[in-house]
Ligand binder design. Structure first.
Ligand SMILES: Cc1cc2ncn([C@H]3O[C@H](COP(=O)(O)O)[C@@H](O)[C@H]3O)c2cc1C
Ligand SMILES: O=C(O)c1cccnc1
Length: 348
């Protein structure tokens, strides 16, 4: 069954008035570049000429990947759990950026291997199973597990939105997940593995070739089953990526925006987009990751990211770094004077 969320394409009744408001600002038309597109997107999604985005909440989904058994990452699987403990004690890059920008951070165990993690105020145990299946040998998860991950992700997003946060961003932690992400990309965009596989946490040339082979093997094994975006996620994805897709879909269903991080977040989104392209109306693309396949993903989606910082970290770091720009888009749209109100002469 493909994804079947109730996501409404944002209809354009306000488009002319949004453009008019942009063009009346005291600046040459289009001179705020991508911020103008962003302001228009926010106004369109909120169906308002006075949009507001007061607060961002960030959710990081974490899970382990069975495909690590194939030696696809330079780091051991245990780093997933260790990094989640680091998130809890506030020492990871995502903690620093969330603190800097006053963003609420919640970390979710979607399927970390081993014992449950200790309780913590910003941590939620929503584990679906003990790590995903090795995609080169078996599906990443069963249909029931996919549903559970999607539902949990959706529930968590809806909870944040119900508490009054009008925009969400999502990150991931899962050693081995750039291999899963490359497989999702290859399947969703019908591309050969080598165009989709990248360095991840720092693969050398040999590891890169090996990752490509592992992705090819996974594609070959599951090919007959890769009939839609949801099936692609089930067979080739991961528990944290499925939970993130569920959270993105739920946010779009509620009619709110979400900020997309790099390669992995875009890979999760690609599976949704395959079945429900209208989800893109609600997605703000934060940055171009240095992970090899990301540029091609964004090209295929026909979107331009806000930042080019050569990041290749994940955790949602690029999404949170882009948050001040999203706020700037809202601020200029609401606060900048018009030619009329400021008594500035418009072009003749
Ligand atoms: C210390 C450390 C912190 C991280 N934070 C995010 N990732 C990132 O790297 C992982 C994917 O890369 P690969 O597929 O090569 O394993 C993911 O967990 C991702 O979020 C990290 C990776 C490491 C090692
Ligand atoms: O862009 C990303 O999401 C990314 C890239 C490398 C490693 N982890 C995440």
């Amino acid at each position: 069954m493909p994804y079947h969320y109730d996501i409404k394409s944002v209809s354009p009744p306000l488009d002319a008035s949004i453009q008019q408001k942009l063009d009346q600002k005291t600046k040459p038309p289009g001179s705020l570049g991508q911020l103008e597109h962003l302001a228009a997107q926010i106004a369109r999604v909120q169906r308002s000429l006075s949009p507001s985005l007061e607060k961002l909440s960030h959710l990081v989904f974490a899970a382990d990947h069975g495909v690590c058994a194939q030696g696809v990452s330079p780091y051991p699987s245990e780093v997933t759990r260790q990094m989640v403990l680091n998130f809890m004690s506030g020492g990871a890059a995502i903690n620093v950026f969330c603190r800097q920008h006053n963003v609420d951070l919640t970390v979710i165990d979607a399927g970390i291997r081993g014992e449950p993690l200790p309780p913590h105020p910003s941590f939620i145990d929503a584990r679906v199973r003990d790590g995903s299946g090795d995609i080169s040998q078996e599906p990443a998860m069963s249909s029931e597990e996919l549903d559970q991950a999607l539902n949990q992700g959706g529930e968590l997003a809806r909870l944040q939105l119900a508490e009054g946060t009008p925009i969400l961003s999502f990150g991931e932690m899962g050693i081995g997940n750039t291999t899963a992400g490359a497989a999702l990309m290859a399947a969703c965009l019908d591309l050969p593995a080598e165009l989709c596989v990248g360095d991840g946490t720092g693969a050398d040339a040999n590891l890169l070739v090996h990752k490509s082979r592992v992705v090819e093997q996974a594609l070959l094994l599951h090919r007959p089953n890769l009939v839609d975006g949801a099936a692609i996620m089930r067979h080739l994805g991961g528990l944290e990526l499925a939970m993130m897709a569920g959270a993105m879909a739920a946010t779009a269903e509620v009619g709110q925006l979400f900020i997309v991080d790099g390669f992995l977040a875009t890979a999760a989104l690609l599976t949704l987009w395959r079945d429900q392209p209208e989800v893109l109306d609600y997605a703000v693309f934060s940055h171009l990751s240095n992970e090899h396949g990301h540029q091609l993903m964004l090209e295929r989606l026909g979107v331009s990211p806000l930042l080019h910082l050569d990041l290749r970290l994940g955790e949602g770091t690029g999404a949170v770094l882009a948050w001040p720009l999203v706020q700037s888009a809202v601020a200029f749209f609401n606060e900048m004077a018009s030619f009329d109100s400021a008594g500035v002469s418009n072009r003749t």
